[in-house]
Structure formats: C-alpha cells, structure tokens
Write a protein that binds this ligand. Structure first.
Ligand SMILES: [Zn+2]
Length: 428
C-alpha cells in the first residue's frame, strides 16, 4: 500500500510540476500601438522619393497577438507600412522578453500611404527616411508584444478559411487571377470578466492596400484602417490584418466600370472606398468565422528556418547597398531571411518574405498539410516581388514586377524551401 501511495504522490508531483512550470492551457493576449508620425511624414508607395503629406485618414498601427501553450510562445505582429525589413524587425525582437526571436512574425500590411521604412536611396545614394521615426516604431512594436504577453489569458479558437464574396480584390493584370480565400483566426476568452468575448481576430487576405496610394498628400493605413474598426466594433477585442500572396498585381477592386480593362478604366481612389472595401472584407471575415467550430485548448507549434536568396537585380542591389538601414548583403550578393511555419490547431501558416504572385500562393497552399492554409505575405522581410522562373521577364505586363524582384530564382527558391519546411514539420 505504501508503495502505491509513493508512486501516486510522484505522479501528483509530476502533474503539479507541469502545471506550475508550463500551463498546458492555450492562452492568447493582444495589444496595439499607434505609430502615426507626429508631425506627419511623406508617404512611400514603392521605390523612389516619398511624397509629402498634409493630412491623415485613420491612424497607422502596430498590432500584436501572442499565443502560449506549454513552453511555446508565438507572436504575430502586423505593421501598417509598405514593407518592414528584418533590419527593423530584429531590433524589436531584441526588445521583446519571453519570446525567442525566431517565434516572432512581423508582417507589413503593404499600405502605400505610410512613411518610408526601407530608407530608399535616391540616384545620389541619399535617403529621406526619418530614422528617428523608425527607431520609435521599433520600440512601439516591442511594447505592443510585451503588453500582449502581460495580457495572456485562457482562450479557445475559431478558425476558418473560405471565399470572401463581393467587390474586394481583383488582379489588375488579369482580373480573375487572384485568390479570394480569406483566413480568420479568432481567439475567445474562456474565463474571467471577458469570458465568451473575442480577444483578437486575425484576418489573412491577399490584396494591395493602395486605394489612396502615395501621391494624394494623405498618410493612411488605407483599407486596413476601416477593416480594424469594423472588426473591433462588431466582434470586440483587437483586429489584425496579415496580407497574402498579392504580388503581380492583386489589388483593391476600386473599378467603377465592370468589364473594362486597362487604360481608361476609372477608379474610385478615395477614403470612402477604403471604408467600403475595409468594412466589406471585415464583414465577410466575421461571416466566415462565425460558423466555425470552437476549438477548446488547441495545440500550437512554431518552427523557423533561415533561407537565402541571390540578389541578381541591379536596382535591388543598389537599394540594399545604399540604404542607411545597412542591409546585410554579403559578398556573394545574397540576402537571408527568416521563414516561419506555424500550426495553430488544425490550421497551418507559412510566411512569405515578399510579394509572391498568386499562382505561387495557390501552389504552396495546395501542398500544405491542412484544409486551413494561411500565407502571411510581406512577413519577416519584404524583398519585392516573387515570381516563378517561367513568369520572370515573360509578359510585357511583368516587366515592372520582374525588375522589382530579387531575381529569376526567387520564387523557385521560396517554393522549394517552404514545401521542405512543410515536409519536415508535424501535421497540424
Ligand atoms: Zn506591392
């Protein structure tokens, strides 16, 4: 009898140790910071000199969602900017306590009406970027994640992927060639005063937030601003937006005349149109996630891998070499970045360090180990467009996206590395 009681005590001790060391309950926390510059800064919509701004429509944000289960912690951050390089992201990672840097995913929404975060050099090699503003953003991003950690609480999840309906996005180069699927991860508090209410709702959808663009003297999160507001007013909690494979050239559907293509197509490039599209995408996301089953205490998994790309493009080499951010372009003219794979319950997430064309997105999603595939575009780095080798320098339409990509093999290397990571990782 004594023998049994000893082993029972041991078992109880073991269980107790687990419960005081690492909670086996899924916890989620979320927090945000406003990163609108004051005074306003010029807006950057791509390579070239940013354009002066005189007003703002909505605020720019850094938004963070943190997951914890057992000894695993994962942070997902979205930044309202055109692209957020790992030069900046790694500085935030160093300021975040309690999450290993490789478990922190930082993605840009790709708004074309935010300050220049690449510090694009002009023809003389000079950049007009405000490095003090970028330093401040680095701290705000870290603060948002650290606050999200402090707010971790037991949560269940609802996850869904389905087609978002209505006039939201289209492919400017070939109208029907885009991915209409919208992925949603919603965390719901299971205890305390907020029990049953949303902690955070993450929306994953491929679209260029360039309704306003950089040439209108306006600083804005574009359609992402109204999307956040709508999600938060309807569902509560904090909204996040992670872009998808939106390259070449999946954009907001602001067309005023259906069926008319190319030159002469009239567009509604107004803040009202940002509101219409942002709210429609938010409503669709909430409609899609509403019918999803509640996942009690799902598992989470995170892995990161360093991948390298050759930089064949002259323009990209020039930017990487001359930007005051001091990019890590090594002697062989390659850049490296962090590629992440997450399993969140039955869903799988892969990051893309740039703007993959939609055909790459379809192919990668089809080969992921899940019926709930998520692709986080422009995440951990944003190295321009990513085309397959057969698309590279092919159609005249692809001249611009080929020129602003690292090179012919960027898409191929990404696909190979991403699918290898899928193969080497557990199924969700
Ligand atoms: Zn783009």
């Amino acid at each position: 009898m004594k023998k049994y009681s000893l082993s029972i005590t041991l078992i109880i001790c073991c269980l107790f140790n687990i419960s005081i060391g690492y909670s086996q309950t899924l916890k989620v926390g979320a927090a945000l910071r406003v990163i609108t510059p004051n005074p306003l800064l010029p807006a950057s919509g791509g390579i070239g000199t940013p354009k002066p701004t005189s007003e703002k429509k909505g605020d720019l944000f850094a938004r963070a969602m943190v997951f914890e289960k057992g000894s695993t912690r994962i942070a997902i951050v979205n930044v309202d900017n055109l692209g957020w390089t790992s030069i900046l992201g790694n500085k935030s990672r160093a300021l975040i306590k309690g999450i290993p840097p490789e478990n922190i995913l930082i993605g840009a929404t790709h708004t074309h009406s935010g300050p220049d975060a690449y510090a694009f050099p002009d023809a003389t090699g000079k950049s007009s970027a405000d490095l003090k503003y970028l330093d401040w953003c680095i701290q705000q991003i870290a603060d948002a994640v650290n606050e999200a950690i402090s707010k971790l609480e037991p949560a269940s999840l609802k996850i869904a992927v389905d087609e978002a309906k209505g006039k939201i996005a289209y492919n400017y180069y070939a109208p029907a060639l885009y991915d209409p699927r919208c992925g949603i991860i919603q965390a719901i508090a299971t205890t305390g005063s907020k029990q049953g209410k949303a902690i955070a709702t993450l929306v994953n959808y491929a679209v260029h937030p360039e309704v306003i663009g950089s040439g209108r003297s306006i600083l804005s999160p574009d359609l992402c601003g109204p999307l956040y507001d709508r999600i938060e007013s309807k569902a509560g909690g904090i909204a996040l937006f992670m872009n998808g494979a939106q390259g070449g050239m999946v954009t907001a559907d602001t067309r005023l005349e259906y069926g008319k293509e190319g030159a002469g197509q009239k567009e509604a490039n107004t803040w009202e149109e940002c509101i219409r599209i942002g709210e429609l995408l938010a409503d669709e996301a909430l409609r899609i996630v509403e019918k999803a089953p509640v996942l009690e205490n799902p598992n989470i998994y995170c892995v990161a891998r360093k991948i390298e790309f050759p930089v064949d493009s002259e323009i990209m080499r020039y930017i990487l070499k001359n930007s005051p951010l001091k990019h890590d372009l090594n002697k062989e003219n390659t850049v490296s970045t962090q590629l992440n794979l997450l399993n969140i319950g039955p869903a799988q997430i892969l990051t893309i360090p740039g703007e993959a064309l939609p055909n790459i997105g379809y192919y990668v999603k089809r080969n992921m180990n899940t019926k709930l595939p998520f692709l986080f575009g422009l995440t951990n780095d944003a190295f321009g467009y990513m085309l397959t080798k057969v698309d590279f320098n092919s159609f005249k339409r692809y001249e611009y996206v080929s020129r602003t990509s690292l090179g012919e093999m960027t898409g191929e290397i990404y696909i190979e590395q991403a699918l290898k990571l899928v193969k080497d990782s557990p199924k969700p």
